[in-house]
Write a protein that binds this ligand. Structure first.
Ligand code: 0O2
Length: 203
């Protein structure tokens, strides 16, 4: 039996519905502001193996209830924006979406992780027209949304690739270098936003 049990087929449907709503939000924002809210959007259902590993790591029983209630990232969306300002616009707009309650916000942009990781993380509790593990219908589902700029996304992808795929002989030096690059990219993000502002003021 899959860890997601009877909800295994519901999760992709929820993911797809939410993706469509966010793409619609992007369209409306584009029409109103003449610029994109986000550059692209990825969505994934956490693999069964990762979910089981996470249950073990957190000390939760390996059950459907743990997968959907104790852990809150079975459905994950990553929104990649061109500029930092759009990340915060996007958070505001998500907060206003119908049937959405934001139950957790982590701003790793203003407060980056010690290793240099930057992103804005949200956990949503959203109602969908499917039954949930607490017997409610419409049911409540948690969704994790990570919002980043292109530069933050590039760093996180490469850092993940470097860290998880190879044995590192001199981890301290590599961590220092990764942190240095993260800070340089953060500085580029701010510069690009400033340049955009200058161009706007020039009009
Ligand atoms: P995947 O496959 O991306 O889902 P927890 O989620 O409980 O384990 P915490 O502290 O509550 O941990 O969550 P956190 O750190 O706010 O967010 C976890 C997710 O953010 C990770 O998911 C990564 O996607 C991303 N993330 C956090 N820190 C880093 C980092 O230093 N480097 C990179 N590349 N990504 C990071 P998972 O579960 O690891 O994997």
């Amino acid at each position: 039996m899959n860890i997601y049990g009877e909800y295994q087929s519901v999760l992709p449907q929820i993911m797809s519905e939410l993706t469509t709503s966010l793409q619609q939000l992007n369209k409306e924002y584009q029409q109103k502001n003449d610029l994109s809210l986000f550059e692209h959007l990825n969505a994934r259902i956490k693999s069964e193996q990762s979910m089981i590993e996470k249950c073990h790591r957190k000390g939760y029983p390996v059950t459907t209830y743990s997968a959907l209630r104790k852990n809150r990232d079975s459905i994950g969306l990553r929104i990649v924006c061109n500029f930092i300002d759009e990340i915060y616009d996007c958070v505001d707009l998500i907060e206003q979406m119908p049937d959405v309650k934001i139950v957790e916000k982590k701003d790793y942009i203003t407060q980056s992780k010690p290793n240099g990781y930057r992103s804005y993380h949200l956990i949503l509790d959203k109602t969908f027209n499917y039954p949930d593990p607490d017997g409610q219908n419409p049911g409540h589902y948690f969704v994790e949304i990570q919002l980043r700029t292109i530069a933050m996304d590039t760093w996180a992808s490469l850092e993940h690739e470097i860290k998880y795929k190879h044995d590192i002989k001199n981890p301290e030096m590599i961590s220092q270098e990764l942190k240095r690059v993260a800070d340089e990219l953060a500085s580029c993000d701010i510069s690009m936003q400033t340049i955009r502002q200058l161009v706007r003021e020039d009009k």
